[in-house]
Design a binder for this molecule. Structure first.
Ligand code: HEC
Length: 132
């Protein structure tokens, strides 16, 4: 293979990888729309005193991935302060979501609105689950 063929091939691989990533975010957005939007809102802003915001939330863009995975799977009703505020609603569990679904929806919320944290891989979701 000559250098020109190499560059065409690597461009092709690069584009495939990019479109795969884009697709994961698109899938995550769909899951968000059907499962999360009703409480956390389209802009990720939540509902004051009721549903926690995901946009700009320190835990959402933080490094405790195991906690985020657990919240998606099992729901959340701790009533402890999140960035200084309390939320009266209880988050429903999503026991039927696959590891890939969880990775996609977490990737979506961590990279949407003003959030620009790392995406979450399926391997990270699996590692998080094995911790508990
Ligand atoms: C029934 C409403 C509801 C639905 C549906 C819902 N949530 Fe929540 N979520 C909440 C509430 C309320 C809290 C805060 C609960 C508390 O403080 O006890 C929360 C908390 C969270 C947190 C923790 C935020 C932080 O700052 O630590 C994350 C992450 C989260 N939700 C993501 C999601 C995702 C992703 C989905 C969709 C798969 C979803 N939620 C669906 C109501 C909901």
């Amino acid at each position: 293979m000559n250098i020109k063929q190499w560059s065409v091939l690597s461009l092709f691989i690069f584009c495939c990888a990019m479109s795969l990533q884009a697709q994961d975010i698109a899938k995550g957005k769909k899951i968000y729309a059907t499962r999360c939007l009703v409480c956390h809102q389209a802009d990720g802003g939540g509902v004051p005193n009721m549903n926690a915001p995901l946009d700009g939330a320190s835990n959402v863009v933080g490094n405790n991935i195991a906690r985020l995975v657990r919240i998606i799977k099992k729901g959340y009703n701790e009533k402890i302060a999140l960035d200084g505020f309390y939320y009266s609603n209880a988050m429903t569990a999503n026991p039927d979501l696959s590891d890939a679904d969880i990775a996609n929806v977490l990737s979506y919320v961590r990279t949407s609105w003003s959030n620009s944290a790392s995406k979450i891989t399926v391997a990270q979701v699996q590692a998080a689950k094995s911790k508990k």
